[in-house]
Design a protein around this ligand. Structure first.
Ligand code: GCW
Length: 670
C-alpha cells in the first residue's frame, strides 16, 4: 500500500514502454567490482530497484558483456583530472556505447553514484549520454536526533524514537536498515543518536553495546555514529566530584571514555555538546569558557580521529536586553582558540528556528573556527506534523544570504562549505523529523524536508525548486500535472506559513513551551526571553523589537553594509522589519499601505494561500493513490483551520493594542 514507508525510494513500476525498454537495456546485466559490505548493499539496492521498477533482477556478468559497470577507479581507465575531483565520497557516472559506468575512489562513492543513477531512473531521465561528476561540498552531513533513551523525542511529532534501546543490541529492526538506505541515497553520512539535552546514561557500557550495534548496521552505508555528551557525565556516571574541564581527573575520565568507545566503534564520529544553555551543565559552571570545555573533549577524541561539535545556541537571563546577541558575544571573542577537531554548530538564525529569521551574525565572524550549520528539519515552530511547509526555500534564503564578511559574495553557503575562510572541517546538521510513524515524518509531505536537508548538506548551492522536483518525481511520479502542481504548492508553502504566523519579521509569538499555535498575549512569564510579548512589544505606539543602535544594537553584530541596511527601517527588507524595528502602526510601507494594514494583509493572505493549496491538491485526486491523497487533504483542512486561528488570534490581540479598525479586505475574527 502507499503508506509512505518507502520514502523517495519508492521505485514505482515504469509503465511507459519505451522508457522501460530504455532502462532494461541498462539494468538487465551489470558488473560490480567490489566485494566489501558496501558492495553487498549496492547489489541489493540494484536488485530491489530493478525488480520494482522493471520487473527484473539484474544479472551479474562479465565486464565486457555488462551494460552497467560499477567499479572503483583502479579497475578502470579514468583520467586523473576526473579522479582528482572525486575525493573519498564523490563519483563519476558516464555513458559510452550502450554502457553506463559508475566509478569512484571508494565503495561509498560507488554507493552514492548508484543512488544517483536510480534517482535519474525514477525521474524518467535517459541514461544514454550521461557525464556526471559529483562530490560533496561539506564533509559532515549529519542528522541530530533529539531522541531520549525512553524513546520520547524532544520536538518530534512523528511518533516515538526509532531507536529501540530496549531490544538493542540483539534485535536489529528493519527500520535501521531503511533509515541508512534513505540517508545514503541523499548523501547523509553521519547521525547523532541522542538528544542535545543529554542523558549521560548513553555513555555507560550497557548503552554503548547498543550504540555499537547501530554503528555496525550503518557502516556499510557510509554513516558514522555520534553521541551527545552531557558535560557533567564524569559526575553522574563517573563518580567524580567535578566536571571542571581543567581538572586532571576529569580530563583522564574523558580520555578513558573515548578509548572505551573507540575500542567498540573504531569509526565513532565524536560528540555533540549543548553546554551552558537552557540549564544544561557546561564549563561556565566552573568559571571556564566554551573553548576550555570543547578543547578538553576534543583532546580526548583526537587520538582516534573524532570531532567535537559544540553548539552556539546559548542564551540566559543574564543578558536580558536581547537574547539574539548572546551567542555572538560569547563565541566571537574565542575565535581561533578552539582545537582543530572542534566545530561550532550555529543555528541558522540568532533566536531559535523561528518561521523566518535573518541569518545568524556569527556566520562570517569566526574566520579561524570552523562553523557548521544547524537547521531544524522537525517543524517545532512551523506547524509541527499537521502543516505542509516545505523548508528548502527557508534553508536556501539563509544559505544565499550575503554576510559581506570579506566583501560582496561572502554568502553563508560559502562559510558553510569552507571556501570563504578555508575551513578544514565543514558540515551541516539537521534536527531530524523522523519517528516511528509508518511514513517516518508524520506529515507525508514532511519527508521532503529530510530529503532537502540531505541534498543541501551535500551541496549548499542547490536550489529549492530543483530539490522539490526530484523529490516529487520519486515520491509521486512523473505525471506533469502532478509535478507542476505539487511543486508550486511546496514552493509557496513556507512563505504562506510565515504570512499567517509571523509576518514582517515578527517572531516567537507561539504558545509557551509547546510552541504550537499563537499566544502573543503572554506577557508575564518568569523570564523575559521566554515571553512572547518580549519579542513583539506591541503597544499603542507601535509594534516590533528595536534592535537598532538606539535599541539593543544587535544590528551592529553584522558586517557593513548589512548592519546599516538592517539598522535603517527604510532599507531593512520588509520581511525582517519588525525583527529589527519598533514602528508606529500607521507608518507607511513600500506598497503605500500602513503597517497595520500590511499586517492584516499578510495574515489574511496566508489564509487565502492555504485555501489555494487545498484547491490545488483537490485537483490531483485522479492522479494520486487514495491513501496519500486523502491524508494530505485532511491535513490541509486542519492547516486551514490553524491559519485562521493564527490570523484571528494575532489580529484581535494586536487590535487591542493598535485600536485601529480592520482594513476592508480583512475577514473579521469569527
Ligand atoms: O528550539 C529549542 C527547543 C528546545 C531545544 C533547544 C535547543 C533541545 O524548544 O526543545 O532543546 O531549542 O536547540 O537546544
Amino acid at each position: 500500500s502507499e503508506n509512505g514507508y518507502d520514502l523517495w525510494l519508492r521505485y514505482a513500476p515504469i509503465t511507459d514502454s519505451s522508457l522501460k525498454d530504455h532502462y532494461l537495456d541498462y539494468f538487465t546485466s551489470f558488473h560490480c567490482i567490489a566485494d566489501d559490505p558496501t558492495a553487498v548493499v549496492i547489489r541489493k539496492e540494484l536488485a530491489l530497484a530493478a525488480s520494482s521498477m522493471l520487473g527484473i533482477i539484474p544479472n551479474e556478468t562479465s565486464r565486457s558483456k555488462a551494460s552497467l559497470v560499477i567499479a572503483t577507479v583502479e579497475n578502470l581507465d579514468i583520467p586523473a583530472n576526473i579522479t582528482n575531483q572525486l575525493g573519498t565520497e564523490g563519483y563519476y557516472i558516464s555513458a559510452n556505447r550502450g554502457q553506463v559506468t559508475v566509478t569512484a575512489n571508494t565503495s561509498i562513492g560507488l554507493l552514492y553514484g548508484t543512488y544517483h543513477l536510480l534517482r535519474l531512473t525514477q525521474m524518467g531521465e535517459p541514461l544514454g549520454s550521461l557525464s556526471i561528476i559529483e562530490a560533496p561540498k561539506t564533509k559532515i552531513r549529519i542528522l541530530n536526533h533529539w531522541d531520549n533513551l525512553d524513546r520520547s523525542s524532544e520536538r518530534g511529532y512523528a511518533g516515538f524514537s526509532i531507536w529501540d534501546w530496549h531490544r538493542l543490541p540483539g534485535y536489529i529492526d528493519q527500520r535501521y536498515i531503511d533509515y541508512a538506505r534513505a540517508n545514503a541515497s541523499i548523501g547523509i553520512n553521519a547521525t547523532v543518536l541522542t538528544n542535545v539535552n543529554a542523558n549521560a546514561q548513553v555513555l555507560t557500557p550497557m548503552y554503548l553495546e547498543k550504540v555499537k550495534a547501530l554503528a555496525d548496521v550503518f557502516r556499510p552505508y557510509g554513516i558514522r555514529v555520534y553521541l551527545t555528551a552531557r558535560f557533567s557525565a564524569p559526575i553522574e556516571i563517573g563518580g567524580l566530584k567535578t566536571a571542571d574541564p581543567l581538572a586532571p581527573e576529569v580530563q583522564t575520565w574523558w580520555q578513558k571514555k573515548a578509548e572505551e568507545i573507540y575500542s567498540m566503534i573504531p569509526d565513532f564520529g565524536g560528540f555533540l555538546v549543548k553546554a551552558n544553555s537552557e540549564g544544561q551543565p557546561g564549563p561556565q559552571n566552573y568559571g571556564r569558557n566554551h573553548a576550555d570545555g570543547a578543547n578538553m573533549l576534543a583532546d580526548a577524541l583526537r587520538p582516534f580521529g573524532g570531532t567535537v561539535m559544540w553548539r552556539a545556541f546559548v542564551y540566559s537571563d543574564e543578558e536580558p536586553d536581547d537574547r539574539a546577541k548572546q551567542a555572538y558575544n560569547e563565541f566571537k571573542p574565542l575565535d581561533g582558540q578552539f582545537h582543530e577537531n572542534v566545530m561550532i554548530q550555529v543555528k541558522n538564525g540568532p533566536i531559535d528556528f523561528q518561521p523566518r529569521e535573518p541569518f545568524h551574525p556569527l556566520f562570517g565572524a569566526m574566520p579561524n573556527t570552523p562553523l557548521m550549520m544547524e537547521f531544524q528539519i522537525t517543524q517545532e515552530y512551523l506547524g509541527q506534523a499537521t502543516q505542509l511547509v516545505y523548508l528548502a526555500p527557508m534553508y536556501e534564503e539563509c544559505l544565499q544570504s550575503d554576510t559581506y564578511a570579506k566583501g560582496e559574495s561572502s554568502t553563508v553557503a560559502s562559510v558553510i562549505d569552507g571556501t570563504l575562510h578555508d575551513y578544514q572541517l565543514t558540515g551541516m546538521a539537521g534536527v531530524a523529523n523522523i519517528g516511528t510513524d509508518i511514513n517516518w515524518t508524520g506529515h507525508p509531505m514532511a519527508q521532503s524536508n529530510w530529503y532537502a536537508f540531505g541534498r543541501l548538506a551535500w551541496n549548499p548551492q542547490l536550489d529549492a525548486q530543483q530539490i522539490a522536483d526530484e523529490w516529487i518525481r520519486a515520491t509521486f511520479g512523473n505525471e506533469r500535472k502532478v509535478v507542476e502542481t505539487i511543486s508550486e504548492l511546496m514552493l509557496n508553502s513556507w512563505e504562506t506559513a510565515v504570512s499567517y504566523m509571523t509576518p514582517l519579521g515578527l517572531h516567537h509569538l507561539m504558545g509557551t513551551s509547546h510552541h504550537y499555535g499563537p499566544a502573543p498575549w503572554v506577557d508575564n512569564l518568569s523570564r523575559a526571553d521566554w515571553t512572547p510579548y518580549y519579542y513583539h512589544k506591541s503597544n499603542q505606539g507601535g509594534i516590533g523589537f528595536d534592535r537598532t543602535s538606539t535599541g539593543s544594537n544587535a544590528t551592529s553584530q553584522y558586517f557593513p553594509p548589512v548592519a546599516s541596511t538592517f539598522n535603517d527601517p527604510d532599507s531593512c527588507p520588509e520581511k525582517f522589519l519588525l525583527w529589527f524595528h519598533h514602528l508606529p502602526w500607521t507608518c507607511k510601507m513600500k506598497s503605500g499601505k500602513t503597517l497595520w494594514e500590511a499586517l492584516a494583509y499578510h495574515y489574511q493572505n496566508g489564509v487565502a494561500e492555504v485555501r489555494r493549496m487545498q484547491a490545488q491538491w483537490k485537483q490531483l485526486k485522479p492522479y494520486i493513490d487514495h491513501e496519500r491523497h486523502q491524508s494530505v487533504s485532511m491535513l490541509l483542512d486542519i492547516q486551514e483551520q490553524e491559519a485562521i486561528w493564527w490570523k484571528d488570534a494575532c489580529m484581535s490581540y494586536f487590535q487591542s493594542k493598535s485600536g485601529l479598525p480592520y482594513p476592508e479586505a480583512m475577514e473579521a475574527p469569527q
